[in-house]
Design a binder for this molecule. Structure first.
Ligand code: ADP
Ligand code: ZN
Length: 614
């Protein structure tokens, strides 16, 4: 088949089964290799559209595709979505009752299935692989979340180590491995462990162009920041570092009339499942959670993610923030941080000690410190956020991205050499007296504070006392952080963090080095950013969108499925703008394939017609 006629065939199938007009970047190349019968290793970011890369070849090749996936919730979600598109898919796992399992076996033996999702331990159970060999015309083997085979990954599953047995039993069936996380080490591990043969490797860009990234100074009013975000609408996740904070914030939001639920490891399994279900089905708008929440959540229409505390690593941040906007619609990702957060993160690192001996776990502490440094660098930076994130994954991205705070509102770089010299000489004066203090105290000296401690220490007689009283504390904190960040000042711990001079400090003090700081406005201005990332609908379009959302919610409740299984926000968005009133026009909407046209065309176009005649 010539390339172009194959392309036509692929696009036709894409529209017919899934209702999409175009492939996302990278999808088509994976589909082509899979159709050619090659082994594949595909690394794509969350929201990149991995499932389609194996579902489409599964539909176009004769016979059955077996999909190995580690999480029951994920499997069920995908099967529901496939069935909604009229595709024969089923799931086999250990949580099923015997009757359901028997029914799946019957369908398998009758060759009634195109896709079968299987938990890895179920696949390895006695005789199952042989049964597949005997009864099914096995076409493809898919390993989803393939990083689970690797001990180097963050989600190691011993059962995944056995998966090469199916390769050995069915040597002619291509194996396709997919993951969203892969360092080179994990990548190589996947190829070795799964016995992939000369796999076609696909590494998609990790750029998520629909996400807006911002970092904001945490203030006393950060709760209001979260509340206002929630009031602007859309499903959202607030990540906190402790259970206590999760409970507090969830309570407060609920007190303000926002339907928010907590999620952390301290809740019973039943409560967690219940809260998760509420979130997925849009019965709860906001999930306030520790990082225990998120793995295995397929909700494509999360509109915003706020980190209320510092994430542990930049990669964790990327993945957690990346739970927004999987449907390709805008998502807003905000990281809140303060110097105090840095101190608590450092304290947590110091607490990493051997449980029996109490000796510090030096190797672990060193790695954690390095990772924290990367997170702080990201938060402090005046450079395009996207550029920094992608560099972390080894990609180059040319700023500006126009979709991050630093690109939308560049911070002017100011020469702060004089202020830096004042601050450093305060530290130097104290050092001459063999005294060491933390940043708050040093700033008090510069600002000429009259605290009891300061006066009783006689520090009001220092020559630097009061030199910096024209600038507010928050301004001075930025100078301190900038100096720390550039190694022109250091913080060590004397039980609490204290400032000490470095080689670099001397260069500044002696006027051999200037200090430039990209200062944030001390009172964060309410920039234009909010409107950028929110769903860009106004007036009548927004009202129609809301009407369609209500219709979808009713249908979803009736069918007992999450609303996004019926249509994603992206589809509703397109409907609200295009306002289809005929089946032909409705068929043009992204996400409307043959089956959904038949099932929902009438009811949704009727809703549009009603809306137009009101
Ligand atoms: P991943 O598993 O890579 O995070 P999914 O396979 O769950 O991503 O897809 C994420 C979302 O993107 C889903 O809602 C899916 O319907 C949608 N999607 C996938 N491919 C396309 C496409 N070519 N066009 C439009 N939407 C797509
Ligand atoms: Zn940018």
């Amino acid at each position: 088949m010539s390339v172009s006629s194959q392309d036509v065939r692929l696009h036709r199938a894409l529209k017919q089964y899934f209702g999409f007009d175009a492939f996302r970047p990278g999808q088509q190349a994976v589909v082509r290799d899979a159709l050619e019968g090659r082994d594949v290793l595909a690394i794509m970011p969350t929201g990149g559209g991995k499932s389609l890369c194996f579902q489409l070849p599964a539909l176009l090749r004769p016979g059955l595709t077996v999909v190995v996936s580690p999480l029951i919730a994920l499997m069920q979600d995908q099967v529901r979505q496939l069935r909604e598109n009229g595709i024969d898919a089923d799931v086999l796992n250990s949580a099923q009752d015997a009757a359901a399992g028997t029914e799946v076996m019957r369908r398998l033996d009758n060759r009634d299935l195109k896709l079968l999702y299987v938990a890895p331990e179920r696949l390895m159970m006695d005789g199952f692989i042989e049964r597949l060999q005997r009864h099914a015309e096995l076409s493809l083997i898919v390993v989803d979340e393939a990083h689970c085979v690797s001990e180097w990954g963050h989600d190691f599953r011993p059962e995944y180590r056995q998966l090469h047995r199916i390769r050995a039993a069915c040597p002619d069936v291509p194996v396709l491995a997919f993951t969203a996380t892969a360092t080179p080490r994990v990548r190589d591990d996947i190829v070795t462990q799964l016995h992939l043969q000369d796999p076609a490797r696909h590494l998609a860009s990790f750029n998520r162009p629909n996400l807006f990234y911002a970092v904001e100074e945490k203030t006393r009013d950060s709760y209001a920041r979260v509340r206002d975000q929630a009031r602007r609408g859309g499903s959202g996740i607030v990540y906190c570092s402790s259970r206590r904070r999760v409970d507090e914030l969830a309570d407060k939001l609920a007190g303000d009339g926002i339907v928010a639920l907590p999620y952390h490891a301290g809740l019973s399994a039943a409560a967690r499942r219940d809260h998760q279900d509420h979130f997925i089905s849009d019965a709860a708008q906001v999930m306030v959670a520790t990082v225990a929440f998120g793995m295995g959540i397929n909700k494509p229409d999360v509109r915003w993610v706020i980190h209320y505390d510092l994430p542990k690593t930049l990669e964790a941040y990327y993945q957690e923030a990346g739970r927004a906007g999987r449907d390709g619609e805008p998502g807003e990702c905000t990281l809140l941080f303060s110097l105090g957060d840095i101190h608590s993160a450092e304290q947590m690192i110091r607490n990493k000690v051997h449980p029996a001996t109490g000796e510090p776990l030096e190797q672990e502490q060193r790695i954690a410190r390095q990772q924290l440094r990367e997170v702080i660098d990201y938060a402090e930076s005046a450079v395009c956020r996207r550029t920094i994130q992608l560099r972390y994954f080894g990609e180059t991205f040319e700023p500006p991205c126009k979709q991050c705070d630093n690109c939308v509102q560049p911070r002017p770089v100011t020469d702060c050499t004089v202020a830096a010299q004042q601050l450093l000489s305060a530290v130097a004066r104290l050092a001459q007296r063999r005294e060491r203090f933390g940043s708050t105290y040093v700033i008090d000296i510069l600002r000429g504070a009259r605290t009891e401690k300061l006066l009783s220490n006689g520090h009001d007689t220092l020559s630097v006392y009061g030199l910096g009283k024209d600038q507010p504390v928050a301004w001075w904190r930025q100078i301190v952080r900038a100096l720390l960040h550039e190694g022109l000042l250091a913080e060590t711990s004397d039980g609490f963090p204290v400032l000490v001079l470095t080689e670099g400090s001397r260069a500044v003090l002696q006027g051999r080095r200037t200090v430039e700081v990209a200062l944030r406005p001390v009172k964060p201005s309410k920039g234009p950013r909010a409107s950028k990332a929110a769903l860009q609908l106004e007036g009548a379009d927004a009202r129609l969108f809301e009407a369609l959302r209500q219709l979808r919610l009713g249908l979803a409740r009736e069918a007992g499925v999450p609303p996004y299984v019926i249509f994603t926000d992206a589809s509703l968005h397109a409907m609200a703008v295009a306002r289809p009133t005929t089946p032909e026009a409705f068929a043009e909407v992204p996400g409307v394939g043959a089956r959904k046209l038949e099932a929902y065309g009438e009811i949704f176009t009727a809703a549009v017609r009603d809306f137009l005649t009101l």
